[in-house]
Write a protein that binds this ligand. Structure first.
Ligand code: GYE
Length: 324
């Protein structure tokens, strides 16, 4: 219900956003009347992130917004530095995807004191004072974890023996890792046959996914399911599974989140078994929100992204027209 209401609000925003001319009068990073946005990206850790960066850059261009972009290489200190530099440059609006949830209050307060609105994109912060940001646009990560778990419960109905899961978690302390872990755990409670035998941080990258999976497979030869909290870790882990003489998708079932092209290809090829989609295409909505907020308009505190799920058959159909 909340999802639908939010989607409706977001759709309304898109229409209203198109009509809004900009003043950029909240400080003004430049004086040509254009809005200036400072965007502090997490990094380039995954296919999802690459697609997200492209979406933000293309949407800024299309909206006539002057974008200052920085890549924090998955380090919070770099993101804080970038945000402080955007404040010093007096940009009109700051957007960022917080690498982890905690530790943002001070820098967000500095932005608020400088009268620069902040829009959280993709990932949440745990700040109690929600006046420190104007809006949060992104996915419902708890729901994503839940969908992955529900698929496993359904798939395990016919399983005779135990279902032993290895979980590769995203970056420790990040909103998607926290929420996907809890959503998944909640859903698999429905079937006592399903047990998480190991759960470890794979930092959302292929390299780490492979490395961690190698070790976990040795320690847990009884594992027969992998839940990777993004496609990239699943793809890295696939190499470790093959090297251990097991067939991905058959001896070891694999469920992931994201649905980027490489993940969808593995799914269509039968190496993955199920993917929960997480859309990285946040750019256009972000630019609409930015225009409105700079214009002094009230914007919704939470804008949710629309997402689906894919089976192997559905991946085969969707793959040819997949944009990222
Ligand atoms: O799932 C993962 C990326 O924050 C939703 O970050 C995002 C996650 C995404 O590295 O691939």
């Amino acid at each position: 219900m909340f999802r639908r209401v939010s989607a409706a609000i977001a759709a309304g925003l898109l229409i209203a956003g198109g009509l809004t001319a900009c003043g950029g009068d909240s400080g003004g990073g430049n004086d040509d009347g254009k809005i200036t946005m400072g965007f502090a990206q997490v990094g380039a850790e995954s296919g999802w992130r690459t697609a997200n960066t492209k979406s933000v850059q293309e949407a800024a261009k299309a909206a006539g917004i002057d974008l200052k972009f920085s890549d924090a290489q998955q380090k919070q200190e770099n993101q804080i530095k970038a945000i402080r530099s955007y404040i010093a440059q007096k940009v009109d609006v700051i957007a960022f995807s917080p690498v982890i949830e905690s530790g943002w209050d001070q820098v967000l307060k500095e932005a608020k004191d400088a009268d620069i609105p902040v829009i959280l994109t993709d990932r949440a912060v745990d700040s109690k004072d929600t006046s420190l940001y104007k809006s949060f646009i992104g996915s419902d990560f708890i729901l994503e974890g839940k969908k992955a778990g529900e698929w496993l419960v359904d798939d395990s109905k016919t399983a005779k023996g135990p279902v032993n899961v290895i979980q590769l978690e995203g970056t420790t302390g990040s909103a998607p890792a926290n929420d996907r872990t809890s959503g998944f755990a909640d859903a698999i409670k429905a079937d006592p046959k399903i047990k998480i035998v190991a759960s470890q941080d794979g930092d959302f990258t292929r390299a780490k996914g492979k490395e961690v999976m190698e070790a976990l497979l040795k320690a847990h030869p009884e594992a027969n399911v992998l839940f990777a909290q993004n496609d990239d870790m699943g793809l890295g882990a696939m190499e470790a599974i093959e090297a251990a003489g097991k067939k991905p998708g058959v001896d070891m079932k694999i469920v992931t989140i994201d649905a980027v092209k490489d993940g969808m290809t593995a799914l269509a090829n039968g190496q993955f078994n199920y993917i929960v989609e997480c859309s990285p295409l946040l750019g256009p909505q972000l630019m609409d929100l930015a225009k409105q907020v700079v214009d002094g308009k009230e914007i919704p505190k939470r804008v949710l992204t629309k997402e689906t799920t894919f089976t192997q058959e559905q991946a085969k159909t969707a793959l040819p027209s997949r944009k990222y």
